[in-house]
Design a protein around this ligand. Structure first.
Ligand code: FAD
Length: 485
């Protein structure tokens, strides 16, 4: 039997709202906030118990919450034009007030603590804005009416329910909802490596280790002199990875030779071997705590929108993380009492499938600082900024509203990584995701209020609203050109 038929059944409507947002990650939180603050009755659905996605439960709050200093002349806020903040600014101010790290001037980063602050601040802002927060709730299929999305089916402890909405926002990170609605999607490609060192995909799962005696480790590290036999073994077995491993190299060799520890783990995805790794553990600014990250080789074989791929990667990585910590316990000085404290509940990704939008933003657009009449904000893809700064002047690109509209579907907007960009990691920058989320949520609220689909929405009306909310769409000359002054 290759297929079964799901019997038709009547599904209770849990909520009927103006805007429903699928996924409370970086973009989804701000989409819900943007929609609610623009006056829409808004529901936000998240599979985990806490919000924030990669910067919340994912525990990946590094890289400056506003990432990528392009060059000395480009300020740290460079993933969006420096004068643009929107709700992202409010979020960061509140995050900083509670001691959140990774903000310039960066002194220290404490992933787990910073992530709890990010989740807490996001949840507080959502509650204050009156967003109906459905956590621990899985978004299943979209509710379809022909080619129009009219909400989502959800799975909770109560069973299958629906949230119906005038406008639906896909903020799942991998355009999961758009794909289920039948949208054409763009997949990562190996050739994107040339455009973006992080492409394709770039995945990681964070984990925390406690009980480390760092002084003992540091002492052993400073006394360590690499033995020729270890270096030869490393070069033969690990290749380039052996360079700079320090204390870990003899430990790994012992584990391989004594316990049969696998030095180069791989997982097969559709018959293709994909490498994965758990790396070195590094100290966090709390006594005895270490942070690690499980990583997956960057090849287009990995499809973050494929349930079987994700299950295989997660199970192998989780097993490996435990065994890696055991290896440290047995063979690395200072780790004798170490224990695995927490592993993030999901394998995060920098890229993956995204919608094929009415427009697809490209690295060429970013490098050329291209202008679009349906501009939502000025985006600074940080590699493009670095590139253009090296050519003489850093350039920001107009983020076009059309990149949020999935071709062939009505009633749906995609924000964050789900929006349309090539390479697949192009739109991943966190500050950019926040601002795009807010712009998408605002668009959804306006469309709902006017009884229009997002595609029918008058972009000028949206731009006027974004300007009122403090967005920067260009200088006075540009605003005049756009008919906005
Ligand atoms: C290892 C790593 C390091 C990174 N480093 C940086 C960095 O230094 N700087 C930077 O700017 N960016 C970085 N990023 C990228 C950044 O974190 C992501 O691009 C960003 O989180 C994308 O935001 P998003 O809202 O689109 O997706 P996510 O943050 O992934 O959010 C998606 C949300 O949707 C939820 N969801 C998905 N499916 C469902 C469903 N069916 N039902 C309910 N909920 C669902 C998820 O649980 C999640 O909360 C990094 C990413 C990784 C993985």
């Amino acid at each position: 039997m290759t297929c079964v038929t799901e019997p038709q059944k009547r599904i209770p409507v849990r909520s009927d709202v103006d805007v429903v947002v699928a996924g409370a990650g970086v973009a989804g939180v701000f989409a819900a906030l943007g929609a609610a603050r623009a006056g829409a009755r808004t529901a936000l659905v998240e599979r985990f118990g806490n919000v924030g996605g990669n910067i919340g439960p994912g525990m990946i709050v590094n890289g400056h919450m506003i990432s990528g200093r392009a060059c000395p002349e480009v300020r740290y806020e460079c993933t969006v034009y420096p004068q643009l903040y929107g709700l992202g600014r409010e979020f960061l101010d509140r995050y900083a007030e509670l001691g959140g790290g990774s903000l310039p001037p960066v002194k220290e980063t404490f992933y787990a603590w910073d992530a709890s602050i990010a989740s807490y601040v996001a949840q507080t802002m959502l509650e204050e804005s009156g967003v109906e927060l459905l956590v621990g709730t899985m978004v299943a299929d979209p509710v379809m009416d022909g080619h129009t999305v009219r909400g989502v089916y959800i799975e909770t402890k109560s069973g299958r329910e629906a949230v119906t909405a005038r406008v639906t926002v896909d903020a799942t990170g991998d355009a999961d909802l758009a794909r289920r609605a039948g949208a054409r999607v763009l997949h990562p490609r190996n050739e994107y490596h040339e455009l973006d060192g992080h492409a394709p995909t770039g995945m990681g799962i964070s984990y925390l280790v406690g009980g480390v005696d760092w002084p003992a480790f540091n002492q052993a590290k400073s006394n360590h002199r690499p033995a020729r036999k270890d270096l030869e073994w490393g070069a033969a077995v690990l290749g380039d990875r052996a360079a700079g491993m320090g204390l870990l190299l003899p430990a790994l060799r012992q584990a391989v030779e004594t316990d049969g520890y696998e030095p180069n783990p791989t997982v097969e995805l559709d018959g293709v071997p994909v490498e994965f790794d758990t790396g070195a553990l590094s100290p966090l600014p709390a006594p005895g705590i270490a942070q690690g990250s499980g990583k997956v080789g960057r090849v287009e074989t990995v499809d973050t929108g494929n349930g079987a791929h994700m299950a295989a990667l997660e199970t192998h990585l989780r097993r490996r993380i435990f065994e890696h910590v055991m290896m440290y316990r047995r063979y690395v000085p200072g780790f004798e009492q170490a224990c695995l404290l927490a592993v993030a509940p999901f394998l995060g990704s920098r890229g993956g499938p995204c919608i094929s939008g009415d427009y697809t933003l490209t690295m060429d657009d970013c490098r050329a600082g291209r202008r679009f009449d349906d501009v939502l904000y000025l985006y600074g893809e940080f590699r493009a900024l670095r590139y253009t700064a090296a050519q003489g002047r850093p350039l920001w690109v107009d983020m076009p509203y059309r990149a949020l509209l999935p071709k062939g579907l009505e009633g749906l907007l995609a924000v964050g990584r789900s929006a349309s960009g090539i390479p697949d990691t192009l739109l991943r920058n966190r500050m950019g995701c926040k601002v795009m989320g807010q712009a998408g949520g605002t668009a959804a609220a306006l469309a709902a209020a006017r009884d229009e689909t997002p595609r029918q929405l008058d972009v000028r009306a949206l731009q006027e609203r974004l300007l009122e909310d403090g967005f920067y769409l260009g200088d006075r000359f540009r605003l005049r050109e756009l008919g906005l002054v």
